[in-house]
Design a protein around this ligand. Structure first.
Ligand code: TRP
Length: 453
């Protein structure tokens, strides 16, 4: 592999463009929709603390490892892993790692698009004034009616999937760069405005306390696993999305700095979402453990009753759709890049096939909220099963092997050269983390869940 090699899919125009795209992939429904509801289901503070520890000790080192592998391989994750396996003279079974990532990406996109469809429908509902002066009961009815209708869910899911494919066809590094440039700041401004509103409710302090005062008696083995899964999910790591973005990264960029910046941005976004939502939840007598509908129940009440709420509501849900869009494109890019490289397909064809597959799979999630809601495997609906399988199992397992691959298989000289850390000590810290700390943490959390520890 020569240093002059570039990705055939293009390159980011600058370090900043990569940061925007990677942070754009990280900040999405995972922060604004998923983080609040799983925090609510898992008792608050203690769960948040475990999640933050996972981001720091597992997430950031693995994000650096993924970026580094991608930049060295310069191809889709499947071919990057294959090329690096060859370079290191490693065992061929490592090839499965790239494959598992592509499959995880598909599975996640299939339900991600359904939820992004909810956000799109809510942007529309906000626009036509459905939430104006509505109380908690009315908002609940709007939600229940909505998810009871497969046709409506299919419509919005399809719309979102088409939008994702339209962006991916153009190539993630064209057009997208500019879009993220204004989307990220706009999203943060809206979140801060919402926090401002939450402060005016009587339950602001209760919300803060729920999020930040840990009660470890509420922490079960499964919540620890969910917290770790969330660290992977929210940072977009463990399946090759950051790896494929790393492949488009120019040589001279500091991977460590960018990883901290991306993880920091992502964490702030999640915490802001939590700070905004829980006071509203408590102020309106909603259950924090209300599940995936939490933000769709809580936020419309706020928009329906605050001054300028119509405008904020529309802006917020539109922003949420765009936030989801910059994430969803990274879920499918590894598959598309591979089809282009390996099958010699053009980008259009590769997008249509992968989009179609994820779209069809999405029906499983859609029906799990209505006509198949009684259909359960291992006590979980299809949506719950897909979510558990991907976020809590496939991503951590993928991350485990990415860490082992980067720490033990790749030659030290190569990772050192690729990471270009400012000094030898910080490189050693990273190496220690990916060799020992991150894999061991994942491993022990798994043992804990199956009851061995
Ligand atoms: N991180 C995104 C979010 O928080 C979702 C996402 C995008 C993702 N790409 C990913 C999750 C890759 C896991 C792996 O909404």
């Amino acid at each position: 592999m020569t240093d002059t090699k570039k990705s055939i899919h293009g390159e980011w125009s600058s370090r900043f463009a990569f940061i925007l795209a990677a942070a754009g992939s990280a900040v999405g429904l995972g922060n604004i929709w998923k983080f609040p509801y799983i925090t609510g289901e898992n008792g608050g503070g203690a769960f948040v603390l475990v999640y933050l520890a996972c981001v720091l000790l597992i997430g950031i080192p693995i994000m650096m490892a993924e970026t580094m592998l991608g930049r060295r391989g310069k191809q889709s994750p499947i071919n990057t892993i294959n090329a690096l396996v060859e370079e290191a003279g490693a065992d061929k079974s490592w090839h499965y790692l790239g494959w598992m990532g592509v499959i995880a990406g598909f599975l996640i996109l299939s339900y991600y698009s359904v939820i992004a469809g909810w956000a799109s429908a809510y942007a529309f509902k906000a626009f036509i004034g459905s939430f104006v002066n509505a109380d908690a009961t009315e908002i609940r009815e709007i939600f229940d009616d909505f998810i009871a209708s497969p046709m409506q869910l299919i419509f919005w899911h399809s719309l979102f999937m088409v939008a994702t494919m339209l962006v991916v066809v153009r190539g993630v590094n064209k057009g997208l760069e500019k879009a993220v440039y204004f989307l990220m700041p706009a999203l943060f401004i809206l979140l801060i405005l919402l926090v401002g509103y939450a402060m005016t409710t009587d339950n602001y302090y209760q919300g803060i306390k729920f999020l930040f005062s840990p009660d470890f008696s509420k922490l079960t083995g499964d919540s620890v696993l969910i917290a770790m899964g969330q660290a992977f999910f929210t940072l977009s790591i463990g399946m090759g999305a950051i790896m494929v973005y790393g492949a488009y990264l120019p040589k001279d960029v500091s991977i460590a700095k960018t990883a901290f910046l991306i993880a920091g941005t992502d964490t702030v976004a999640a915490l802001l979402a939590g700070i905004a939502i829980f006071p509203i939840v408590f102020a309106n007598g909603l259950e924090p453990s209300g599940g995936p509908s939490l933000i769709f129940q809580a936020l419309p009440i706020a928009f329906g009753n605050m001054t300028g709420g119509w405008l904020f509501g529309v802006l917020f849900f539109v922003m949420l759709v765009f936030a989801a869009l910059k994430s969803s494109i990274s879920l499918i890019e590894p598959a598309v890049a591979w089809l282009v490289e390996h099958k010699g397909m053009n980008r259009e064809k590769a997008c249509i096939w992968s989009g179609l597959a994820a779209w069809l799979l999405g029906f499983g999630t859609i029906f799990s909220f209505n006509i198949w809601s009684g259909f359960k495997i291992f006590d979980r609906t299809i949506f719950q099963l897909l979510d558990y399988l991907t976020a809590n199992l496939m991503l951590p397992i993928g991350g485990f092997f990415i860490a082992v691959f980067a720490g033990w298989i790749i030659k030290q000289q190569h990772s050192e050269q690729e990471l270009q850390m400012p000094d030898a000590q910080s490189y050693q810290v990273w190496r220690f983390l990916v060799r020992y700390v991150s894999p061991a943490a994942v491993f022990f959390i798994f043992l804990h869940v199956v009851g061995v520890l």
